[in-house]
Structures are given as C-alpha cells and as structure tokens.
Design a protein around this ligand. Structure first.
Ligand code: ZN
Ligand code: MG
Length: 457
C-alpha cells in the first residue's frame, strides 16, 4: 500500500515538473524511477502533453530523448502533437512531427469509439426464452421484475434525484403497479431481457438485488406502450416527478449509458408494433408472439404463413453516416439541415438502398447531397438510433473532388471545415457560429475519431 502511494506521489511530481518546465527535476525523478516516463495524470495527460501544452521545449526534448511514447491519447483523444498545435507552440509541434509523433497511420486500439450511447447491452436478451410462454408469464408476475412505460413511444422519465446533474432516469414499475394497464386492449407488452449479474465494485444502477442469505435471480425487464391518456399514466408515478419528453432527439440523450442501451432496444421494438400492426403481405390482423419479437398473420391463407418472412420480425433500417475528409487531409465536410439548431453542422447521412453496399451508399449519398466525389471508405463504428429503428454505420470517407454543390432539398449548407476549427468545436466552448451535435451522437464520435487518428486515409 505504501509502495503504491509512493509511486503515485512520484507520478504527481513528475507530471507537475513537466507542466512547470523543470527539466532538471524531471531528469532526477526519471533516474530514480524510469517507469515514470509514460505515466498519466489528470485527464490521461502525459508529461509530454503537459510540456506541449505549456510550451516547454526543453522538457519535450528531454522526454523524447528518453524515447517516451508520443502517440498516447488523452481522454479527449489528443496526442501531444495535437496539443502543441492547438496551443500554437509550433516549435514543439515541429519537434514532435520530426520525431514521428505528427503522423499516425494506424489508430491505436483505444482510439476507436467502442461502446457509444444507445449501444450498451445492460440486459441479457435471453432470446431462447421468448418462445417459452410459461416462463415469460412467471417472470411478468415476479415482484422483482421491472416494467418501463411508454406513451405513444415516449418513455416515462424522471429527473435524477440528486438535482445536480442534467441526467434523466427511466421510471421503473413493478407488476403490481402496471398489472391493470397490461390488460387494456391498447397496451403492447414486450420482453427486453434479464439484468446482467452485478459486476463487482460497479456502481451501475442496473444491478441485481443482493440478498444476504443467497443469490437472487436477476430481474426480468419488460416495456409497455400504452394508448391511455398520458395524464393518467403520469399518476402511476405517485409523488415522483415523472414526465414524457417533449423533444426525443434532445431528451433521450440524458440517460445513463446503461439505460440508453435498454431504451434503444425497447423503443425500436415498440415502434415496430405501433407501425406494423397489420400484416404487410395480406393486410390481415396479426398476433404478437415470442415476447414481442414476432407478429404472425392470423389469416391461414396468407403467403407469410409459408416459410420464413422478414415481415414477421422487428425491422432495423441501416443508415450510413460519414465524415468526408478533404484530399489535403486537413479539412472535413460537414453539412446542416434546416431543422438543426442555429450554427450546428453534422456529418452527411442517408439510408442504404436495397442491393447496395455500405461503401456504395456512402459514395452515392455524399455525391447526391454535396456534389463531392468519394473514393475509399472506412468503417469506424456503429450506433443504434431508436428514432424509430435505425442502425447508423459510421464511416470515414476520402474525398476525390472538392467542389461543393449542396442539394438544397436535403441540405441547407455544406462546407469544408479546417481541422483547427473542428478541434475548437470539439474541445472548447460552444460557438454560436459553428457547433457539432452532442457527444452522444455517432456524428460527434466520428469527428473526434478523425481528430484523434489524424487524417491519413
Ligand atoms: Zn397476412
Ligand atoms: Mg439522402
């Protein structure tokens, strides 16, 4: 324990010396403990980053002469080189570029946005249980089970108790509280899954109740969409301040990562039920099966009764969303729609058409919307977007041409933005003239990924 404390103290002194530009103290600490070289302090900043931030050329040189790792990324996905450029210390930026830190062909594994908003699997979906009606019935009646409530696909939320954060929570109900509602003819009930077993030392709110004398089964989660008057549904909350969000695109981004993942699943499936209540093949009535993951036509003559048909299962609509990089590698193409908040620009995006590859969809959409021709396309990561059931496939795309001719029916304006201006929008205060979508969106993550990775496609 003491050993660890001592090491932590040394690390603190080491990064502090770098920040102050004290090269001699830096060297003496390094001779005592060579492993300090790449240690990180607050925000994942290395000594080299702090030297780059504060313009301490000699310290940067000293660290480089000891072969420090200059491709480390801090929590804002910046390298020391990015930081030196950002703060205008060009002599340090040049030094880093000469030593190879300004060019990064392969993104380090940590730079990829792995588990974005709406993407976390907080529940085990237990698809094998969906056809077990008796098991589902038992889970439904179990006092531990959790029910989420939607009115016209809007989830019932409440603001966080603490009051200090901007976060919202999904209102959770027990079977007792929603039992009557489930019986109403306009209610749709779906099974979401079972809570993952509690991770040790996790502060996650999606946890298994712990009982002293034994292990309790993790609770099953369900979601209900109701056509009842919303004010009646709000009464179910009792004294708590429940509300149905007014702006889904804004309010649904205020959940915890765990709840956002659950909401993405619940809303997309409920939206499918609300839009596909009749058989798409014959127009006949359908019945809900498999815990809400299937709708079967009740007409025995219907073609959908023979073989497997995708009309019987919840749909997912693939969308490409891409950050197009200028041939000079230092600018990216962003556009804005009329409905965006003033000054906000985002990545171009569009639905994949039948018989089209993801890459072809990127090229077609970019050319249609901006007139820019695209060559190579690289997949980065994806995000479920439950408005109502899109899967956003995030790509970087290399432009072959630069002239912009925006398609005014879709895009109000499209422009090339220099790297520096994009970095300002990502990491500095919001500007009314140019902002990016919020960090929960894949558009923001793609831009951040490009900044962290460099523009070498
Ligand atoms: Zn049918
Ligand atoms: Mg389009």
């Amino acid at each position: 324990m003491q050993e660890q404390e001592l090491q932590e103290q040394l690390q603190e002194r080491f990064v502090d010396a770098a920040a102050r530009g004290d090269a001699s103290q830096l060297l003496s600490l390094l001779s005592r403990s060579p492993s300090l070289l790449n240690c990180t302090g607050h925000g994942g900043w290395t000594a080299l980053m702090l030297a780059a931030r504060n313009g301490h050329y000699q310290v940067a040189e000293t660290l480089l002469s000891h072969s420090c790792d200059q491709l480390v990324l801090n929590r804002s996905s910046q390298t020391a080189y990015d930081i030196a450029r950002f703060w205008g210390h060009t002599h340090i930026a040049h030094l880093l570029a000469r030593m190879g830190g300004g060019c990064q062909l392969v993104p380090p594994p940590g730079a990829l946005p792995q588990e974005g908003y709406f993407s976390r699997e907080a529940l085990v979906r237990c698809s094998e249980r969906r056809s077990d009606a008796a098991w589902l019935q038992r889970q439904q009646r179990c006092p531990n089970s959790v029910f989420l409530l939607f009115s016209d696909l809007s989830p019932l939320l409440r603001t966080q108790d603490a009051g200090t954060t901007n976060e919202s929570q999904l209102c959770r109900f027990s079977y007792q509280e929603v039992n009557e509602l489930i019986q109403k003819p306009g209610s749709v009930l779906i099974f979401l899954g079972v809570a993952k077993r509690k991770r040790p030392s996790s502060s996650s709110s999606i946890s298994t109740p712990q009982v002293e004398e034994g292990v309790v089964e993790p609770p099953a989660w369900f979601a209900i969409n109701s056509d009842q008057d919303p004010s009646l549904l709000l009464k179910l909350c009792g004294d708590a301040k429940g509300f149905f969000p007014q702006s889904l695109n804004r309010d649904l981004l205020k959940l915890s990562e765990d709840e956002a993942g659950i909401l993405a699943q619940a809303r997309a499936v409920l939206a499918w039920h609300s839009r596909y209540s009749f058989c798409p093949t014959c127009g006949g009535s359908t019945s809900l099966e498999e815990g809400g993951y299937k709708r079967s036509c009740t007409n025995t003559q219907c073609r959908s009764q023979q073989g497997v048909h995708n009309t019987s299962y919840p749909r997912v609509d693939p969308v490409v969303i891409m950050l197009v990089i200028h041939p000079d590698g230092q600018q990216c193409l962003l556009g804005r729609k009329k409905i965006f908040p003033v000054g906000m620009f985002s990545c171009l995006a569009g639905f994949i058409e039948p018989g089209e590859t993801m890459e072809a969809a990127v090229r077609r959409e970019v050319e249609e919307e901006s007139g820019v021709k695209v060559g190579s396309v690289h997949y980065v990561s994806c995000q479920p977007w439950p408005m109502p059931s899109n899967l956003m496939l995030g790509c970087l795309a290399a432009a072959l041409s630069t002239h912009i001719q925006a398609d005014e029916s879709e895009i109000e304006e499209a422009r090339w933005f220099p790297r520096q201006q994009v970095m300002d929008a990502l990491f500095r205060a919001r500007s009314p003239a140019f902002s990016l979508p919020p960090c929960q969106t894949i558009a923001y993550q793609l831009v951040k990924h490009w900044i962290g990775r460099k523009s070498n496609l």
